[in-house]
Design a protein around this ligand. Structure first.
Ligand SMILES: *Cc1c(COP(=O)(O)O)cnc(C)c1O
Length: 847
């Protein structure tokens, strides 16, 4: 079995093993030079230092060990890293969290570990790196796919061809996990008619471990060995089993390794089966009922939804689900239907398919979307689970995504930020909130931008030339590719998944117009594009083809490049070097989007529709808005050619009239001061706000710590509180029908206050089990995007109703700045330790 020690490195270079195997360090560093020295070709093609160390000859290593400067650099890096890891992190200093398990179907940490497809995976990778930086006690759980997500190559005619490379575990920066006896750790999960063995691998991300499961064990049948062959495998059943492996297998693996998570965080619904696995474990350990176990563990479950359209969630035939559920429930003495209900759109809707996101939401007390706008949209999607509750009270909060800056900023940006840091902070601890960037002179900022742009152009030329070579271009063509683009020209970047809602080809809607903009003699513009379409997305593939063919036009070959195979390495360079990053999704289809955040620390500016994160970040000072402010959330059906025409025209107008002139408007020293002012505003204000650090701190403060506290409280003393809550809910369920309103009396006047007095009959429900409230819809929004907050006024009990059984009078005073008719009395369940309406959605309105 391999480990660090197998790599026999000469003295002075030992630090390379840590550097190669620790995925926290898949950032662009000056030490990258060493990989290039060791094996330029492998470095360029794989970005996998571990592979390079495995294959390098002893003599080459010994040669390098003579390089004093290199040895010093590696030693310095190692010392700084060791020192940093030894300090208590922000989280350890301020919080009392033991262990958070973070489940995700994909992790985008590095090209060296290709188990991601796009934004969701990149976010998960950044989450782990940030957790490490801040000392959050987190472990990642995912799957190890035998095939990486597809690599893109283009055919002669520009169409996308998919290649599925084989992930050889031996050359990936991971190691097999061993059991107590030193053998291979195996997890056994049962599927209908058979057992499935899972192997466990470990990847290191700074202080954080990422555990990956795969089914490619010789003890499994050939079909079963291929279950984890690829990411997002087609076919419902395969997908279902993958999700069972992630949730159930992942949970069992943690248990077997002695890790007891207090909080389970599901990054998207794929991991929802952990809700069940965790509750089963709890049930067996505590000897309680499944329902009690669910009540105890739910408080420690967190679900982050990433999809703004309901069709985006995985849905399964209920019969298929029952087949698998039955297998579990029989063994536990439960009914399959109890599980199926948890994944239905409404509890009584037996016609809808099983939706994995509904399982996640019904198994979690903490649910969040990934931007303010996305939370609003998600409330609508999940409203059906909370019948008769107003949409704005659907319990979905938001924590806007952020990016792990050290992964995405270039070495030149890192240098600039460290200069602006108060006390010599190295690349592992830059204080992005210091806000000192604004104090740098305009010249310094502009020089930094020139270096960043130049660095990108060099990279794009290399990558472009290599791709030409792979396509069998002639030596002249390849040589020409090494000289395209110009380091002083306004450089626009556009890279994305090619898919309908992102409108990846909107910029090309009027190709002639675009060409005229690009080739303007006085104010030229150059464009770097990349796009990958899902293999089954026909329309997306057409977009790729159009973009590739456009870049091939002979009149713009030196201005436009389509770079194949958009990946982390390309993003690290592209987002670091561009002056302008364009994003064109159709609102509100982009849950958040993170690529635009990656340009912030690098001094790039954003131009985007008001979707995802830009909806909350945009101000004229920091960038540009495409389209109008549209505070109404349009339905996703807003797709249409007229809309695209309009947005494309606006896009060209913005570029021609605002963006390009600003860039070329220079002062005596050649500095575009208004452009630089925007850079400064964007860098100081937006960089910290859309950083992984801000995101992680919000998760810890708003979610992880409260979830940990709530879980511990419910679980202690043999789950005493959880049992009490089960009893409480049972009473509510049985007796709710007996609750009703009597008379309402409103007195007071418009000048002063309204006094509400209402009679309530509770039947067999205890008064302590409910709350009486006055509710009023939120007032119309005063400004863009402001959170819509309804009025909820708690009514006080003012004694019993004479001559009644369990009848009470409740009162409240409200200021008369709204009509009395705006307020409606209502009764909702109450328990100081229950989450309402997550855990009980009864509600009675006086209508
Ligand atoms: C950041 C990133 C994404 C996500 O970008 P979006 O703006 O969310 O579309 C996708 N792929 C790669 C390689 C990335 O680096």
């Amino acid at each position: 079995m391999k480990s660090h020690t197998d790599l026999q490195l000469p003295s002075g270079l030992e630090g390379l093993a840590d550097l190669a195997l620790d995925l926290r360090w898949t950032v662009r560093l000056t030490t990258d030079r060493v990989w290039e020295l060791l094996d330029p070709e492998a470095w360029e093609k794989t970005k996998n230092p571990y592979l390079i160390l495995q294959n390098i000859s002893k003599s080459r290593l010994n040669e390098l060990a003579q390089d004093d400067a290199l040895r010093t650099e590696i030693r310095d890096w190692q010392e700084r890293n060791t020192k940093f890891l030894a300090q208590p992190g922000w989280c350890e200093e301020h919080f009392n969290l033991d262990s958070v398990a973070y489940f995700s179907m994909e992790f985008g940490l590095s090209e060296a570990l290709p188990i991601y497809s796009g934004g969701l995976g990149i976010l998960a990778g950044d989450h782990l790196k940030t957790a490490s930086d801040l000392g959050v006690p987190l472990v990642g759980v995912g799957l190890l796919y035998q095939q990486g997500y597809f690599r893109q190559v283009l055919a002669q005619d520009g169409s996308q061809i998919e290649a599925f490379p084989y992930n050889d575990p031996n050359s990936l920066p991971i190691e097999p996990v061993q059991d107590e006896e030193g053998g291979r750790l195996r997890i056994k999960i049962s599927l209908p008619g058979r057992h499935l063995y899972l192997r466990v691998w470990r990847a290191q991300v700074g202080r954080v471990n990422l555990f990956l499961l795969d089914s490619n064990d010789p003890l499994n049948s050939p079909w079963d060995r291929a279950i984890t062959a690829s990411l997002y495998a087609p076919g419902q059943e395969l997908r279902l089993i993958q999700e069972i492996i992630l949730g159930v297998g992942g949970w069992l693996a943690l248990k077997k390794m002695g890790i007891k998570p207090i909080v389970c965080h599901m990054n998207e619904g794929h991991a929802a089966f952990v809700v069940l696995a965790r509750a089963y474990s709890f049930m067996h350990e505590e000897g309680c009922s499944f329902l009690e176990a669910l009540w105890a563990t739910r408080a420690g479950n967190v679900f982050t939804t990433h999809t703004p359209v309901e069709a985006g969630f995985d849905r399964f035939d209920r019969d298929l689900l029952k087949k698998y559920a039955k297998h579990y429930t029989d063994a536990q003495g439960l009914f399959p239907n109890d599980l199926v209900i948890m994944g239905l759109k409404t509890e009584k809707d037996y016609s809808s398919p099983f939706n994995i996101a509904f399982l996640a939401i019904s198994g979690s007390c903490f649910v969040n979307g990934v931007s303010r706008l996305h939370a609003q949209v998600s409330k609508r999607i999940f409203q059906s689970r909370y019948p008769r509750w107003p949409e704005n009270e659907v319990p979905i909060d938001y924590i806007t995504n952020g990016v792990h800056i050290p992964t995405w900023d270039s070495p030149v940006a890192q240098r600039l930020w460290s200069l602006s840091c108060p006390t010599g902070c190295g690349p592992e601890s830059i204080d992005y909130e210091a806000g000192k960037i604004a104090r740098q002179s305009d010249q310094d900022i502009w020089n930094f931008r020139a270096l960043a742009r130049k660095d990108l152009i060099d990279y794009a030329r290399r990558r472009h030339a290599r791709q030409m070579q792979e396509h069998g271009a002639s030596p002249e063509e390849i040589e020409a590719a090494r000289h395209v683009l110009d380091p002083n020209t306004l450089t626009i970047g556009f890279a994305r998944r090619a898919t309908a809602y992102k409108r990846t080809n909107l910029l090309l809607r009027d190709e002639e117009k675009l060409v005229s903009i690009l080739t303007n003699h006085d104010r030229p513009v150059q464009l770097l594009m990349a796009a990958k379409a899902h293999p089954a997305d026909i329309a997306g593939k057409e977009m790729v083809k159009q973009m590739a063919n456009f870049a091939d036009r002979p009149d713009i070959t030196d201005r436009v490049i389509f770079l194949e195979d958009y990946d982390i390495d390309l993003a690290q360079h592209l987002q670091a070097g561009v002056d302008l990053w364009i994003n064109t999704p159709l609102r509100p289809n982009e849950a958040c989007g993170t690529s635009g955040m990656k340009v912030l620390a690098n001094g790039g500016l954003n131009l985007s529709t008001l979707d995802g994160w830009w909806d909350e970040a945009y101000e004229p000072r920091v960038g540009w808005l495409l389209g109008d402010e549209g505070d109404e959330i349009e339905s996703p059906a807003g797709f249409g050619p007229e809309r695209d025409d309009l947005d494309a025209r606006n896009l060209y107008r913005l570029l021609e009239e605002e963006v390009i002139p600003l860039f070329y408007q220079r002062d005596d020293q050649g500095v575009p001061s208004s452009w630089v002012a925007k850079i400064k505003a964007s860098m100081t204000e937006l960089t910290p706000r859309y950083s992984g650090n801000r995101m992680m701190k919000e998760y810890v403060e708003k979610v992880y710590q409260p979830a940990a506290d709530a879980y511990r409280k419910r679980a202690k003393e043999g789950a005493k509180l959880a049992k009490e809550l089960v009893g409480w809910q049972k009473r509510i369920n049985q007796c709710w029908r007996g609750v009703h309103f009597g008379h309402l009396k409103v007195t007071g006047d418009e000048e002063d206050r309204w006094h509400f007095q209402i009679e309530i009959y509770l039947g067999d429900v205890y008064p302590d089990d409910i709350q009486v409230e006055l509710y009023a819809d939120p007032l119309p929004q005063s400004s863009r995007g402001e959170q819509m907050k309804p009025a909820r006024i708690l009514m006080d009990q003012r004694g019993t109703l004479t001559g009644s059984v369990n009848g009470f009078v409740y009162c409240a005073d409200v200021p008369a700045n709204r009509h009395a008719e705006d307020y409606t009395p209502r009764i909702v369940p109450y328990h100081p330790d229950a989450f309402i309406p997550q855990e009980d959605s009864h509600i009675l309105w006086m209508r």
